[in-house]
Design a protein around this ligand. Structure first.
Ligand code: GTP
Length: 247
């Protein structure tokens, strides 16, 4: 399938404000667990490229590289406790990303959905908006601050609260396919797909709560491959390969 955006590249600054939603696994690179500093640095560089175009960026990360609430619950742990452990994992990832960005001269603020004032700011919507208006990258940590919600949902929630123009969902594939492209070589990629189709076809772009929130607030989700260096900025300019999920 051809991507119309490849033939008609948009102007460098296409979006005023975007949310980057990234799974924790992205930050572990080829490792089985934890953080790969080289990958964290490379992701920070990718974010810097987008910030340098004048687009305001906020970020939500997951914690699958450290602890997954769902797996903890599956192995017999109380679900609420497991989810709180996952949220603490997100804080670790957020601080690592903050550190890498600031090493590159990008100003950042981490705001947590669970108060931990010695470590970072609490989540205050209006303060987060001001930070971004001043060119700072705001990293939202600890998910929504509530158990039973995924970091995808936190991404869609904060993107709605921040009035973002789009959610950039960083994945290990270059868009949404009708089946897993790693398992099925015949899998077809969509250039564009509706929220409803994602939900009814159970395409696992993000979890259903996150997709519903994005749909209700009319925020497109742009699914792209973050493994490739520089791809975030490329896709943010409307170039390269990606899938747009819209109403
Ligand atoms: P403006 O001055 O409004 O542009 O924003 P600012 O974030 O620079 O001002 P502020 O004085 O609120 O913050 C100064 C520094 O303290 C920043 O690095 C903030 O991240 C940090 N900071 C602010 N509030 C908290 C907090 O509750 N906990 C922690 N750990 N740091 C905070």
């Amino acid at each position: 399938m051809s991507n119309p955006a490849v033939d008609t590249p948009m102007q460098p600054k296409t979006f005023n404000r975007i949310m980057l939603k990234m799974s924790g696994e992205v930050l572990m690179g080829e490792k089985d667990y934890g953080l790969d500093p080289a990958v964290v640095e490379r992701i920070a560089q990718d974010i810097k490229e987008v910030v340098d175009t004048g687009t305001e960026v906020c970020v939500v990360v997951g914690a699958g590289n450290i602890f997954r609430g769902v797996s903890g619950a599956a192995s017999g742990m109380d679900r609420t406790t497991a989810d709180y452990m996952g949220m603490l994992g997100i804080v670790i990832n957020a601080l690592a990303l903050q550190n890498a960005l600031e090493n590159m001269g990008i100003q950042t603020r981490v705001q947590s959905g669970i108060r931990m004032d010695s470590i970072c700011e609490p989540y205050i919507r209006r303060k987060a908006v001001r930070h971004m208006q001043k060119g700072r990258v705001v990293i939202f940590a600890a998910g929504t601050g509530n158990p039973y919600f995924t970091s995808d949902t936190a991404g869609a929630l904060r993107a709605s609260e921040m009035d973002c123009d789009a959610i950039f969902k960083a994945t290990k594939v270059d868009g949404v396919y009708d089946s897993d492209p790693n398992k099925n070589p015949e899998a077809k990629r969509f250039d564009r797909i509706s929220f409803i189709d994602c939900l009814t076809k159970d395409l696992k772009v993000m979890d259903a709560t996150a997709i519903s929130l994005a749909r209700e607030n009319d925020i497109p989700i742009i699914v792209f491959d973050v493994k490739e260096k520089g791809n975030f900025a490329r896709v943010a300019k409307g170039q390269g390969t990606f899938t747009t999920v819209t109403n």
